[in-house]
Design a protein around this ligand. Structure first.
Ligand code: 13P
Ligand code: 13P
Ligand code: MG
Ligand code: MG
Length: 373
């Protein structure tokens, strides 16, 4: 077949109970829509998935990235799921649908989108990661390890096809600009930026010298920057291709054996460990968390999806889950103090400014003290 596009699109259109899960009726409705899209040949294949209170579609089709037809269909499906959420009085019905109506592209309208158009290889393994109670910058550390760190990805050393390295496209979500970092040469410059996870996010990864076809793509929307107020925490999704000159599946999963600290836990206002979870047990519980990630493994067969296989539920990640729980205990003891709680700048879209406004009169300017020269 010719070229195929893989689209992973997620939204929180209503939580059950609170921000914990997707209601089974929503999954049924999502599948009903998908069946229609497959019958109508809009998409070749698709799967409905979830992580916490975020529902996702993994779709394959021939319409390319940013297709108005595919995005419009997904928007309609999310709108119809919102109706189910409203009927059941689920929490935050339609939370991530920020636009009143679809206007040609779902990006920037609320849902998270990771898409790549590829020429399918004879065997095309890839992993879709979905996370809840965090933000797109949560992928920065794992993407760095997968594509830039030979202590994670021994293929960078052992496989001559990977020696040239990878190029990472980084988006600055505040200044709305983009830059390409060619690694390994640009490693240090790259890290200057992507260590600031609330602002700089990796959007695409390419093989060096082939900027036409990404090997990884991530969602980068920050809802607060779109809506101008806190409306949920941009729980992200990403697609990572694997094997045959790319990191092996085990190398793609390896970063998640370390539950790194990410922003977004409880009211989108706390830092916590990103806990790897099985697809069937991805529901946040403790303090609405801790932040969590599921890994859905697929093979492509002439554009059709073979899978998903649950990759992070495996016993190999039990220890990471234990470490995450220990880290969660530790971080919780910080209560409302930084860095357990996020810094003030990251809370500017929460209700905190309301408190500030209420106390405006209580704060008096301090007169300068001490002798001046
Ligand atoms: P490929 O180079 O064929 O992808 O195999 C690498 C591998 O999976 C070893 O773990
Ligand atoms: P979601 O972004 O997953 O809806 O969670 C909101 C939240 O902060 C719950 O504590
Ligand atoms: Mg929610
Ligand atoms: Mg969520």
């Amino acid at each position: 077949m010719s070229r195929v596009t893989i689209s992973a699109i997620k939204a929180d259109v209503g939580g059950y109970v609170g921000h914990g899960d997707v209601h089974p009726d929503m999954l049924v409705e999502a599948q009903r829509h998908l069946n229609q899209a497959m019958l109508g040949e809009l998409v070749i294949d698709g799967r409905v998935g979830a992580c916490g209170d975020d529902i996702n579609y993994v779709l394959t089709h021939e319409h390319g990235v940013d297709s108005a037809a595919v995005h419009g269909w997904v928007w309609e499906a999310f709108e119809s799921l919102t109706e189910v959420a409203k009927r059941l009085h689920l929490y935050g019905a339609g939370q991530d649908l920020l636009a009143d109506a679809f206007s040609g592209n779902i990006r920037g309208a609320g849902p998270g989108v990771a898409e790549l158009e590829i020429g399918e290889r004879p065997s095309e393994p890839f992993v879709v990661f979905a996370a809840d109670k965090t933000e797109p910058g949560a992928w920065n550390l794992p993407l760095y390890k997968i594509f830039c760190d030979p202590f994670n990805t021994s293929g960078l050393i052992i496989d001559p096809k990977m020696h040239a390295g990878f190029a990472l496209e980084v988006h600055d979500l505040v200044e709305n600009r983009v830059a390409l970092f060619e690694c390994p040469e640009d490693l240090y410059e790259l890290l200057v930026y992507i260590g600031t996870t609330g602002r700089f996010v990796v959007k695409y990864v390419f093989r060096r010298g082939n900027l036409d076809e990404p090997v990884a793509a991530a969602s980068t929307s920050r809802l607060s920057l779109i809506a101008g107020r806190y409306v949920g925490k941009d729980d992200p999704i990403m697609i990572v291709r694997s094997q045959s000159g790319l990191p092996a599946v085990g190398e793609v999963l390896e970063p998640f054996a370390f539950p790194h600290l990410v922003a977004g836990w409880m009211r989108g206002s706390h830092n916590g460990p990103l806990m790897p979870c099985s697809m069937s047990a991805s529901q946040p519980a403790r303090f609405d968390g801790p932040p969590r990630v599921v890994g859905m493994g697929f093979q492509l067969a002439d554009g059709k999806l073979v899978g998903p296989r649950d990759l992070l539920g495996n016993a190999s990640f039990d220890r990471a889950r234990q470490i995450a729980l220990a880290a969660a205990d530790y971080m919780r003891r910080m209560g409302p103090f930084e860095p357990g709680r996020l810094p003030m700048e990251d809370m500017e879209y929460t209700t905190l400014p309301v408190v500030e406004a209420r106390l405006a009169d209580r704060w008096k300017t301090l007169e300068p003290t001490g002798a001046t020269a």
